[in-house]
Write a protein that binds this ligand. Structure first.
Ligand code: NAD
Length: 348
């Protein structure tokens, strides 16, 4: 089996590829443009494998994509490439429309033509797995039931609206052209190799530098948190066992307010860091509330009964065990953070 993974140099894509190379005998072709969020250092442990190939290609570039499909002849596509940071989508939505909508459309068209030209025995097993987010459903009140696969789409930010559009395109390519697709919508991920603009790594780096830990508004926005390595096993399960045309919600069954998450980061740091910045007795003293993000959703929560019952997948980490692994990883890999932050500053 050869899988073409888009966005494989990003946070979840790189975890996916590390898993595929270490835990399966799959061959992997990583298609990534290497935007500020993409980093080949995250793939250091697989780069020497003869089952791994990298292609620096923009998913909006149809002829380059076609050449990759022709050269590598994949059996499946896992589509993770995206612009993924909500704050960036508010400051500059154009890149989100381009990559998340036009890029997904371009990939679908290239994959469809490739699939139609495949020999029948290969066409029957081909899969296009679109990886999406629970943010497409909009937000919930404190008492609403968690999102199911049939919850109405109601995206709030340019990011979630662009992901919602891409989900619709993927389903339409299934209904109209019969392209064999599966879709998954996952809650907030955390874990090693996440770009340090996202909540958890940002808090760790700010805390170590003795800088304020900015929490939007009252900090009571609720998210469901999933350790990235659990997400990856769910994705592999959906790819292999998911019903064609179906959607699977993935989540950690771990609803936390942003303030709880930041407090948990501080507790782990208090335990693990011997020399705190001067004058601090606990990292919690650095928490500082800042003006809320416009359109900020209050609560996301995901019902995972479908994937649990139909595909027997459940998360294996608790929030506390996953957070301990995550904070320790960042403390041991600060050089990785500083290098990718420097690289991203130099590309602006
Ligand atoms: P990320 O921002 O860390 O990585 C995105 C990757 O896509 C980067 O390597 C980047 O270089 C690449 N990329 C961007 N534009 C490209 C283009 N035009 N052509 C080719 N490559 C391009 O994102 P992530 O957090 O790893 O998320 C991966 C996917 O999972 C996204 O589709 C996202 O919507 C979805 N998702 C993320 C989360 C989360 O909590 N991070 C949760 C649910 C779903």
């Amino acid at each position: 089996m050869k899988i073409l993974v888009t966005g494989g140099a990003g946070f979840i894509g790189s975890a996916m590829i590390r898993y595929l190379i270490a835990q399966t005998d799959t061959e992997v072709v990583n298609v990534d443009l290497l935007t500020y969020a993409g980093n080949l250092e995250s793939l250091g442990e697989v780069s020497g494998s003869d089952r791994y190939r990298f292609e620096q290609v923009d998913i909006c570039d149809q002829s380059a994509l076609q050449a990759v499909f022709d050269a590598h002849q994949p059996d499946a596509v896992m589509h993770l490439a995206a612009e993924s940071h909500v704050d960036r989508s508010i400051d500059g939505p154009a890149a989100f429309i381009q990559t998340n909508i036009v890029g997904t459309y371009t990939l679908l068209e290239v994959a469809r033509k490739y699939w139609l030209a495949m020999p029948e025995h290969k066409r029957e097993v081909f899969r296009f797995h679109h990886i999406s987010t629970d943010e497409v459903f909009g937000d919930l009140t404190a008492t609403d039931e968690p999102f199911t696969e049939s919850t109405r789409y109601s995206p709030s930010s340019p990011y979630s609206a662009s992901k919602a559009s891409s989900d619709h395109l993927v389903r339409a390519w299934h209904r109209t052209y019969g392209l064999p697709v599966v879709v998954s919508n996952c809650s907030n991920n955390y874990g090693p190799f996440q770009f340090p603009e996202k909540l958890i790594p940002l808090m760790i780096l700010n805390a170590l530098a003795g800088k304020p830990l900015p929490v939007y508004g009252d900090g009571l926005q609720v998210r469901d948190w999933l350790f990235v390595e659990d997400h990856v096993t769910a994705l592999y399960t959906v790819l292999r066992e998911g019903e064609l045309g179906e959607t699977y919600n993935i989540g950690g069954q771990s609803e936390k307010t942003n303030l709880e998450v930041v407090n948990c980061v501080c507790r782990s740091l208090d335990e693990l860091v011997e020399n705190k910045p001067s004058g601090l007795t606990t990292f919690k003293e650095l928490i500082s509330h800042v003006t809320d993000r416009p359109g900020h959703d209050r609560r996301y929560a995901v019902n995972i009964e479908k994937i649990a019952h139909e595909l027997s997948w459940r998360p294996s980490e608790t929030f506390d065990s996953g957070m301990r692994k995550t904070v320790s990883w960042y403390l041991n890999n600060l050089d990785w953070c500083y290098r990718i932050l420097e690289k991203s500053d130099n590309t602006h």
